[in-house]
Design a protein around this ligand. Structure first.
Ligand SMILES: C[S@@+](CC[C@H](N)C(=O)[O-])C[C@H]1O[C@@H](n2cnc3c(N)ncnc32)[C@H](O)[C@@H]1O
Length: 283
């Protein structure tokens, strides 16, 4: 599936703050997908990267550090959860909150899934310009915190909400409220989210997470240590399960042996980035 700009002129993209972070994740996924031994099959991400006029390397570096593989493995871990959901809910709805320029729909499409992509207006506009439309994909320009995206959601075939690389940018009270509203309004649904540990969140708030090239990651005020995940149960009484997802296995010693077992390694297990699935009861 070609992007809307295949063979056309490159599209100049000027984003800043939270919106610019989507270029960081796209860049790393695409750099990984471009490798012959890639852990993520994502030709569309590579096409997107080539279609965008933005100084990726000057801003983010060469993209060949472990973080490219790490971002790709995070995306694949989310993919696997979406695919598991679609096996039991083939006509279900996936809501991708803060979707940026993720191309997950094309990686997991089973021919009948319904997709709702939610992001800030300037990002939705970019998705419209750069990615092909599909009758099963709906784009909503609103904040994930705005319940507009829940209104009119067809939950009759099941709903899975993803928040990949989003919640860390919100305030802790906003994260709790969002989870509670999902639990209340999406009975029988699930939410998959990732979190940075508290120590990392604190570093970003101090402006200390930066590339050698001078890009400073925006503050990530919401941090959650993997060891305190159980507290998410308290967000709403309709939360019936909170479980950890291990990162899928990748390439090299770290991503083959250590990262997928991080939940078993003392000290690391509490202070690692984590991916969590929250399941809501029937209401
Ligand atoms: C790090 S990017 C992740 C993008 C994509 N999910 C991925 O993994 O590549 C964060 C995304 O969250 C979006 N975002 C930030 N705050 C948001 C909010 N309150 N509501 C919806 N989207 C938001 C940004 O515009 C951006 O697209």
């Amino acid at each position: 599936m070609a992007t809307a700009t295949t063979n056309g002129p490159r599209v100049r993209v000027a984003l800043d703050g939270l919106s610019e972070t989507l270029l960081w994740t796209l860049y790393h996924r695409a750099m990984e997908a471009r490798r012959p031994d890639a852990v993520l099959d994502d030709p569309m991400a590579v096409e997107l990267l080539d279609a965008i006029d933005y100084p990726f390397e000057r801003r983010f570096g060469k993209g060949d550090m472990g973080s490219a593989q790490g971002q790709a493995l995070r995306a694949r871990t989310f993919d696997q959860e979406v695919q598991a959901f679609l096996r039991t809910h083939p006509e279900g709805t996936v809501v991708a909150l803060g979707e940026g320029l993720e191309t997950q729909f094309w990686r997991v499409d089973n021919g009948s899934v319904h997709w709702l992509s939610v992001d800030r207006p300037e990002v939705i506009e970019l998705r419209r310009r750069l990615l092909p439309g599909d009758e099963r994909v709906r784009l909503i320009a609103c904040s994930a915190l705005d319940e507009e995206w829940m209104d009119g959601l067809d939950a009759s075939h099941g709903v899975l909400v993803t928040a990949q690389g989003l919640l860390m940018y919100l305030q802790p009270a906003e994260v709790r409220r969002l989870i509670a509203r999902c639990a209340e309004r999406l009975p029988g649904g699930e939410l998959v989210l990732d979190a940075v540990p508290r120590w990392f969140s604190a570093q970003t708030v101090k402006g200390r997470v930066k590339t050698r090239e001078g890009y400073v990651a925006p503050p990530m005020p919401w941090g959650m240590d993997a060891s305190e995940r159980w507290k998410l149960h308290g967000a709403h009484p309709n939360i019936v399960e909170v479980r950890d997802l291990s990162l899928v296995r990748g390439r090299g010693f770290f991503y083959t042996h250590l990262a997928p077992r991080a939940h078993l390694i003392p000290v690391v297990r509490k202070r690692r980035p984590s991916i969590t699935v929250i399941r809501f009861g029937p209401g």
